[in-house]
Design a protein around this ligand. Structure first.
Ligand code: 5GP
Length: 204
């Protein structure tokens, strides 16, 4: 069998309220080669979340065992809970030529970049801080105190946007989705990601 170019590892981060779940869902719908990594977490499932779909929900003890077994590509303690990217599944998907998106927070994104310098990182921003604040309030699911806390975290996270390769603004959803798709397309066409394809073309 002809060997294939590896896929892409894409790190996607955004403060809460920037719509990253919706953006990611639309990107997956538009590009069948895009797969999303399913993280493992010790936090409890929220209403409607399914084990093995949204996350692998697990206990602290299991999570810590998996850390010892070196089973994570990266992991963080975010608030009181652990979140981690299972290593094996990601490596298999990237080796088979897929584009794998990790939807992770800024600390984990930094760790991935250290291990995989070729990873492509995208940071989604709101059109303005005022708009982000309005969106969080409109969700109506959190107290005023929670919203203030989330806005403070969002501000800290946005200060780290400079660590990412690409910045995409989610003002209009379809523009934002197209921006992410364009980044993925351009990255896949880089010479470094096309070497096996070039050999195949020359030999046929
Ligand atoms: P939530 O509890 O709202 O689902 O996630 C909280 C934060 O953890 C979000 O920013 C989410 O992107 C991030 N997150 C989810 N899974 C992982 C992971 O495996 N690693 C890291 N570093 N962050 C994650």
């Amino acid at each position: 069998m002809a060997s294939k170019d590896k896929g892409l590892l894409v790190v996607l981060s955004a403060p809460a309220g920037c719509g990253k779940d919706t953006v990611l869902a639309e990107v997956k719908k538009a590009d069948q080669n895009v797969k999303q990594s399913i993280s493992m977490t010790t936090r409890l499932p929220r209403e409607g979340e399914q084990d093995g779909v949204d996350y692998y929900f697990t206990s602290q003890e299991d999570f810590e065992n998996k850390i010892k077994e070196n089973g994570f590509l990266e992991y963080v303690k975010y608030g009181v809970n652990y979140y981690g990217t299972p290593k094996k599944a990601i490596e298999e998907m990237v080796d088979s030529g897929k584009t794998v998106i990790l939807k992770i927070e800024v600390e984990g994104a930094g760790n991935v970049r250290k291990i995989y310098p070729d990873a492509v990182s995208i940071f989604i921003m709101p059109p303005s801080f005022t708009e982000l604040s309005r969106r969080l309030k409109n969700r109506g699911t959190e107290t005023e105190e929670d919203i203030c806390r989330r806005l403070k975290i969002a501000e800290d996270e946005m200060q780290r946007a400079k660590e990412y390769n690409y910045i995409v603004i989610n003002d209009d959803l379809s523009v934002c989705v197209n921006d992410v798709l364009s980044i993925i397309k351009a990255e896949r066409l880089k010479y470094s990601n096309m070497q096996e394809k070039i050999k195949e073309i020359i030999n046929n």
